[in-house]
Design a protein around this ligand. Structure first.
Ligand code: FAD
Length: 539
């Protein structure tokens, strides 16, 4: 692990020595961008229990931080999704007499001062939050603990995002794993050794109506949630709202659609995945065909739960509990033996990359995990980068993937791998530029998984694809889109092509259809990548 991962420091600081049950008038839960839900939310649940015990109301705060969004390249789509979820949460909380106070605070460095000042204004004595494992956020929260302590306010931060807390799954020598398979076996054994890991956190209890007789707290109910954050207006807001409806109910429907509804043979979007009822054609649910068809982009067989998991609109624990119910098992069965087991192994990747992020903060600072590749020489080709972003590389499968991202804010996992590998190994463009473009456009953008995915493809990460295994985008295309349906959907210039042409149109066909010619010859690009990775720093 990196020398002093700030997670350790936060956990020490959070136990900040303020005597329990200090005097005050409220207990506060600080909601963040990754825990946008009321149910099965550990910090909110604990805040509510504490408030009941102390005979005080619980208050929820959310701080909109434009400078943070800028620093983290947050997509306007993800921010819009956040605001929409907050509106749903505000209504739900209000029915429990709990205010959700949303405030915009611009200088990110002074967020700790801002929140502690608000706590003092509300005469709050206790602050709860779920831990964010990103480096800047951990350092910010350490500062919050220090300031709160000086103000006599007790602070508790708890793990909530992962199924198993970071720092628990360690090698026999007590080290953090950097290889997925042994980590996953240990992770699964840990999970099954104590099912408390997936226990549901109780819903918050209703505040007493006395809260309305406290004018300061009563006023918090009246503060509206903004429709947008200045500088981050979502251009395709209506489409995003249709495609990715907000709220816990929508998240549950999305999960239910995966676990129970019949899979469709083809449904690429863009449309609201929840409104597709009549056209379902296959006999089995997506969950039951996942193992064999999850890599097929021309089928709609994955869960599409990622925007909801990334924003915490549903907990990973809830996903696992539902999967276990469907399987009729008492232990988590995340193995490749079954279709649902295979899906749970994918959910495990989410934990893995968060564990890596918590132990090796450098990955979130633009550093390759494998330092030996820090000096690989990249092409600075603005034209190629732009063509890749717009889906005009002349490689149909890559263009289809990029256009799916541009229209839906989401991309099929296989396509994320193909498009990123193409940028890095064929165009030889720095993976960080691709990582950034993804996060700027994804509705499910998540630092740990996005960075993990990019570093895997760039062969620079923990347990990466070895540098010499370079995807051939044309054979990948035949595997990922055997019917060509996916390409035809997202690359309409090619919609009349059938057979092998769809994967690799000849020059004559491409010119006739007004489709770009390939930017680069794959075989030559491959040799260049092999050379540069073998000898970092050399041409
Ligand atoms: P399903 O196949 O139904 O999987 C269920 C859930 O498991 C997903 O929602 C996700 O939470 C988790 N999961 C699945 N695969 C992975 C994986 N490889 N790594 C981590 N978690 C996984 N996922 C994000 O949530 N946000 C990102 O920003 C993101 N960026 C990526 C970038 C690259 C280059 C790559 C290769 C992968 C990235 N992924 C990211 C992982 C994965 O592609 C998506 O989670 C998945 O496509 C979401 O679709 P789904 O919900 O239908 O997945």
């Amino acid at each position: 692990a990196d020398a002093e991962p700030p997670l350790k420091k936060l956990l020490q600081a959070a136990n900040n020595g303020v005597k329990s049950s200090p005097k005050g008038e409220a207990v506060v839960y600080w909601m963040r961008m990754e825990d946008l839900r009321i149910s099965d939310n550990r910090a909110l649940s604990r805040a509510s229990t504490q408030a009941q015990k102390d005979g005080m109301p619980v208050v929820v705060i959310f701080i909109i931080s434009p400078q943070d969004y800028l620093a983290h390249d947050r997509s306007p789509r993800r921010i819009d999704f956040t605001l929409r979820n907050l509106k749903d949460i505000k209504t739900r909380l209000a029915s429990l007499h709990i205010p959700l106070y949303v405030t915009v605070h611009t200088p990110r460095r002074t967020i700790p001062e801002h929140i502690v000042a608000l706590l003092q204004e509300w005469k709050a004595c206790h602050l709860f939050g779920n831990i964010e494992y990103e480096f800047d956020e951990l350092r910010r929260d350490i500062r919050v603990c220090e300031l709160a302590k000086a103000a006599g306010i007790k602070v508790e931060f708890m793990h909530d995002r992962c199924l198993v807390d970071p720092g628990i799954v360690l090698t026999q020598g007590g080290r953090v794993y950097t290889v997925y398979s042994p980590w996953q076996r240990n992770w699964l054994a840990t999970l099954n050794s104590n099912l408390k890991w997936i226990e549901e956190a109780p819903l918050p209890k209703r505040n007493s109506e006395d809260i309305y007789s406290n004018p300061t707290l009563k006023a918090l109910f009246d503060v509206d949630i903004p429709d947008y954050v200045h500088g981050f207006e979502c251009k395709d807001r209506e489409k995003m709202r249709e495609m990715w409806p907000a709220g816990e109910d929508a998240a549950r429907q999305m999960l239910d659609r995966f676990l129970h509804a019949k899979a469709r043979s083809s449904q690429m979007g863009p449309s609201n995945p929840l409104s597709e009822g009549a056209e379902m054609s296959d006999k089995k649910s997506r969950a039951l065909v996942y193992k064999d068809s999850r890599d097929k982009a021309d089928k709609d067989t994955t869960s599409r739960i990622s925007p909801y998991l990334a924003a915490g609109v549903i907990s990973a624990r809830e996903c696992v509990r539902h999967a276990m119910n469907l399987q009729g098992v008492k232990k988590v069965q995340a193995t490749r033996d079954t279709s649902l087991g295979t899906w749970l192994m994918e959910i495990a990747w989410r934990d893995f990359y968060n564990h890596v992020l918590a132990a090796y903060p450098r990955v979130s600072m633009g550093r390759p995990f494998q330092e030996k590749y820090a000096n690989v020489i990249w092409e600075m080709n603005e034209e190629h980068l732009q063509a890749w972003k717009e889906g005009r590389t002349g490689v149909p499968i890559v263009d289809a993937g990029m256009r799916q991202l541009n229209t839906m804010g989401w991309m099929h996992n296989r396509l994320r791998m193909i498009t990123s590998m193409y940028l890095v190994k064929d165009l030889m463009i720095d993976w960080r530029l691709g990582e950034r473009y993804f996060i700027e456009n994804l509705v499910d953008g998540d630092l740990a998984s996005n960075n993990g995915g990019w570093q895997w493809c760039a062969s620079t990460g923990v347990d990466p694809q070895p540098y010499f295994r370079i995807f051939n985008p044309y054979s990948q295309s035949e595997k990922a889109d055997p019917t060509g349906e996916y390409i035809r959907h997202f690359v309409p210039e090619l919609r009349d092509l059938r057979g092998p042409d769809i994967h690799k149109p000849s020059e004559k066909v491409a010119v006739k259809l007004g489709y770009p010619l390939p930017l680069i010859k794959h075989e030559e690009a491959r040799k260049r990548a092999l050379r540069r990775y073998k000898n970092p720093g050399e041409e």
